[in-house]
Design a protein around this ligand. Sequence first.
Ligand code: PLP
Length: 453
Amino acid sequence: MDIAAIDKRYIWHPCTQMKDHEDFPIIAIDKGKGVYLYDIYGNKILDAISSWWVNLFGHSNERINNVLKEQLEKLEHVIFAGFTHEPAAVLVENIIKIMPDNIRKVFFADNGSSAVEVALKMSFQYWQQSGKVSKTKFVALKGGYHGETLGALSVGGIDLYKKIYNPLLLETFYVDALECFNCKYGKNRNNCTAECIETMEAILSQNHLEIAAVIIEPMVQCANGMNIYSPIYLKKLSYLCQNFNIHLIADEIAVGFGRSGKMFAFEHAQIKPDIICLSKGLTGGYLPLSLVLTTNEIYNAFYDDYFKSKAFLHSHSYTGNPLACSAACETLKIFRDENILIKNLEKIQKMYNILFELFCDHPNVGEIRQLGMIAALEILEDKENKIKFDPKLRIGFQIYKYALSKGLLIRPLGDVIYFMPPYIIDDDEIYFMIKTTKDSLDKIIKQRGKKCR
Ligand SMILES: *Cc1c(COP(=O)(O)O)cnc(C)c1O
């Protein structure tokens, strides 16, 4: 069977200009094991981005495979209204244990964007049912990313994904981007006191009567080039939200489950968000599932006699899918049994060491940034003057193609190259990942005739 030909004829791939594949074939993957994907010709590719940030413990993980096989023999799916099941019960019991003590309720959905929709609707409806009907708007950050559905795009801060849809979107208050690499205050993320919170403070203080919630990606704006910022920003934001009676929604979809070095990224700032969205790593990268966690206070605003019409009438067909829940249960178990957060410390250090060894003097790397198992390189044409390459050159995309030919899957965000490998990556694989990236970068820049000074 000619998979590539059939694919080309019928399949419209996500987040892809399909014309790019005219002379650059889509790769057909046959199987995965550990950090590697294997194409149909047997070539292996190191998955340095955990297949879009979802995989935690490698492809075809034995433990998750086994629980899925067991669950499959018992129950594949059941309607989640009026019914429940053991994998869901085990999952919520264990997830509540590792949440801040204000978080007491769990709502299920089936992907990240849906979780964001749920969070926004939940916050909005809470205020409608709590006598604060003017609180109808959201505050979001420029550079933020919360998914591709219309509600999620309405709080998204990256023009690339949303600009054309603007006429369809909610009116949202936008706060200045967190620009730590080009800090307007001349600080850096390790010595600042989040001076940039002032635009947030101004918007909240002037408009709090209209604001339902602020949504933020704690610690790292991932889609915005792995933009890491200070936990002080989150601390101050949490304080402002409490002060002005505004919900704080933590979108932990990308940074949750150990990515940032802590189980959840908001822990870096020791804050207690009102609503928390989880997905991606939740099932270890196996199946679509998401959770929206919240407080008793929010839950109680929906709890009343039926004809008061206060219920949260939101659902998805695959909400609370038992297979996905059992994969999530096993994911949490692996964290506990195998001391993943502690074990990752060495890998984090190893990534840091090699990144600095290979890139600290590199003429085209403006910044090496890392938080936990997320690391990124800011690729520039001119490091001294912080000048980017002309986007028309698509340097990041060229590097992606070249690295693939060398057996490495990275997927740069513009000209930011990042690493988000599965946690089972070993030292040699870390070295291969970073060294192959350097070779690819040098090769592409040299081809472009840019001199490395
Ligand atoms: C990926 C992502 C989403 C959207 O999740 P999907 O499952 O892709 O819909 C939302 N927020 C953040 C921070 C993400 O990284």
